[in-house]
Design a binder for this molecule. Sequence first.
Ligand SMILES: Cc1cc2nc3c(=O)[nH]c(=O)nc-3n(C[C@H](O)[C@H](O)[C@H](O)COP(=O)(O)O)c2cc1C
Length: 371
Amino acid sequence: MKIASVSPVLQPVTIGSLQLKNRIVMAPMTRSRADDAGVPPDYAADYYAQRAGAGLIITEATNISAQARGYPRTPGIWTDHQVAAWTRVTEAVHRRDGKIFLQLWHTGRMSHPDMQDGAIPVAPSAIKPQGQIRVHDGMKEFVTPRALRTDEIAGIVDDYRHAAANAKRAGFDGVEIHSANNYLLEQFVRNSTNQRTDEYGGSIENRLRFPLAVVKAVLEVWPGDRVGIRISPATTAPGETPLDSNPMATFGAYVRALSQLGLLYVHDIEGVTQLSRDTDSGVSFTELREQFNGAYIANNQYTLRLAEETLAAGDADLFSIGRPFIANPDLVDRLRVGGPLAEAPKEYWYGGDSTGYSDWPELHREPLVNA
Ligand SMILES: Cc1cc2nc3c(=O)[nH]c(=O)nc-3n(C[C@H](O)[C@H](O)[C@H](O)COP(=O)(O)O)c2cc1C
């Protein structure tokens, strides 16, 4: 009898103290199903548990505080109700022997007064993003954010510490600090969005001061091998955000500092947008990876074939996959047997209810609900 060999990408692996079923990570994906108090719905537990075949799940980005909010119906982790709902999610994932990290988020200037109870969104500097943002009743122009006062920054660091502690209470296996996609942390890192003249702006060292303070605060709550970070040095979305003027110097210094702090992994979005692999940006992800001692999660349009090639070349340890997980809850099984992949219409990406979210069938099974 001939037994097909299992792809090395789909075999178990130990990263730090985490034993993972395989090297596939479910990428964080905002799905906008929470209620207006930032509480995930009951069916979020089904959605995540259905995807527990991934070696590791990273949740959708989750607001660390009321001020962190930028988009409608995104969840939070600053209230007890939110913690209770997330506890149901982690328990459901653990019952299926899965591992799940919470992604900690502050949107900074990628927000709107409609999402802030009328307040102006905060940012390192008063620089307006280009274009529009989705609010409760459609799309609106971005506004010019308010530059944070120096004396406000410690309070945001405290919010991260509190959110990280709540993630622990909710039973997560760890947390991922969202320092990608031009949200608050990356707004501080890049000199295109940080023009401060205090100790949080100017030199690379100064621009990294706030993000590294956040990392250190999270490390007061979690051991380093339960904390990852996501970066996107080549990404211009959202808000048509310009790159740093010297991304290799800036992000090189960042990953070296993160390495010294003993983080579990760096999770890179390898492309100019999240949704394109165009790398005409002067950023070498291989070089960045070499400056970090922990694991490296590669992301952006990875297929099993590309993951196998990248693993064989020694260029990444884990591979996060986003969009294919939306319509294929059993994605890893499908990759294993070379099964067909379903595709989710974009109308299901953000907002709505369990339809197009927790009702995608597994291969050879009847639809769970509604379809
Ligand atoms: C619907 C949707 C929501 C997303 N939400 C998040 C998010 O909350 N946090 C984040 O870091 N990235 C988010 N992303 C980016 C994905 O994590 C990932 O980088 C992107 O989809 C590219 O990977 P893929 O080609 O495997 O889909 C989102 C992408 C999509 C399509």
